[in-house]
Design a protein around this ligand. Structure first.
Ligand code: FUB
Length: 322
């Protein structure tokens, strides 16, 4: 597959998190809707209210929509805005992790449980203790599960230092260290954090921490983790410079060294993805706003093959945007 393929023509879907469960691909995307809320840097126009889950037997084959798996109206602590989710499996149970603003308009991360990868999912009564910001992504290794999370601006990450909310959240000055994504190990029951979240440090080619002013390379949102040839690839969006980038490390916690661009800008403001191996090939699932005529809050997910060079670097894919 050399040409990107749109996956769902009849629903706007974005931020695809993809996993192989029981030999099939399961896609956990955001479900975009026309809310009528004006666009702003806070992302208020991304006012999503439910999740649909999709599956595929083959990357080129039919995409099955399993219907609504979780609705905001069934989440006891809900305020608004169901953003990018992810799913993990342990002992034949499936755990859907989702960011949602609580009733004080603060993003928290919630978890909902199902016996099936496609749901329906039953949410817990309260968000995960100590959770904040957006874009949870869960990576499993040797039976342990690690959550990566965080997102700037509307994702509220700038409001936190050392896992505590600060009075007046803002990004650091350009010559200071960039705000990092976070990683946290999950508890054995998958429902809480097992430790204090730690910072994901991204270094440049000289071993220096990326600076806040380095908008072409610094973390903004959309964490994803995959492992290739024994190395850990942390990938993410640079937000206001609209690139998907990656950094490589020797263990899930990092540090990671910046390596390059996976996907150049797409049509639309946001870019968000997952990387998965299926039937011996690697794929990049992502989204753009081409089918909606460029409306950044009405996105459509796509898949394209992802290739590596012999040295383990990723071949950059053209996103087709500016
Ligand atoms: O879909 C809402 C937000 O847009 C996601 O949480 C971000 O990663 C961006 O894609």
């Amino acid at each position: 597959m050399k040409k990107a393929r749109y996956l769902v023509p009849d629903l706007y879907t974005a931020d695809p998190a993809v996993h192989v469960f029981n030999g099939k691909l399961y896609i956990y995307p955001s479900h975009d809707v026309e809310s009528g809320i004006p666009e702003n840097d806070n992302g208020d126009h991304f006012d999503m209210r439910d999740y649909h889950i999709f599956s595929m037997d083959d990357v080129e084959g039919e995409v099955t929509d399993h219907g609504v798996a979780l609705d905001v109206k069934n989440i006891p602590w809900a305020g608004r805005q169901l953003w990018d989710c992810d799913c993990a499996c342990k002992d034949d149970k499936y755990y859907l992790y989702f960011p949602l603003k609580d009733q004080t308009d603060i993003f928290r991360i919630g978890v909902a449980i199902s016996d099936k990868p496609e749901g329906p999912f039953v949410p817990q009564e309260a968000p995960m203790k100590g959770s904040y910001s957006i874009d949870p992504c869960v990576f499993e290794e040797d039976g342990s599960h690690y959550m990566y999370f965080g997102g700037l601006w509307g994702g509220q990450l700038q409001r936190y230092r050392n896992n505590k909310a600060i009075e007046c959240g803002h990004e650091p000055k350009d010559d200071e260290a960039a705000l990092p994504a976070r990683i946290v190990k999950l508890s054995d029951d998958m429902l809480e954090f097992a430790e204090e979240p730690r910072e994901i440090v991204i270094l440049d080619e000289n071993g220096d921490v990326l600076k806040a002013g380095d908008h072409d390379r610094r973390f903004f949102e959309a964490s994803w983790m995959h492992k290739y040839q024994g190395k850990y690839y942390f990938s993410y969006s640079t937000g206001n410079t609209h690139q998907l980038c990656y950094a490589v490390g020797d263990n899930p916690y990092g540090p990671f060294t910046y390596k390059g661009v996976i996907l150049t800008p797409v049509v639309g403001w946001t870019t968000h993805h997952s990387i998965v191996e299926f039937k011996g090939k690697w794929y990049l699932f992502h989204h753009d706003s081409v089918p909606s005529g460029g409306k950044t809050w009405l996105r459509s997910m796509k898949v394209v093959e992802l290739e590596y060079n012999e040295d383990g670097s990723i071949k950059t894919i053209d996103g087709g945007g500016e």
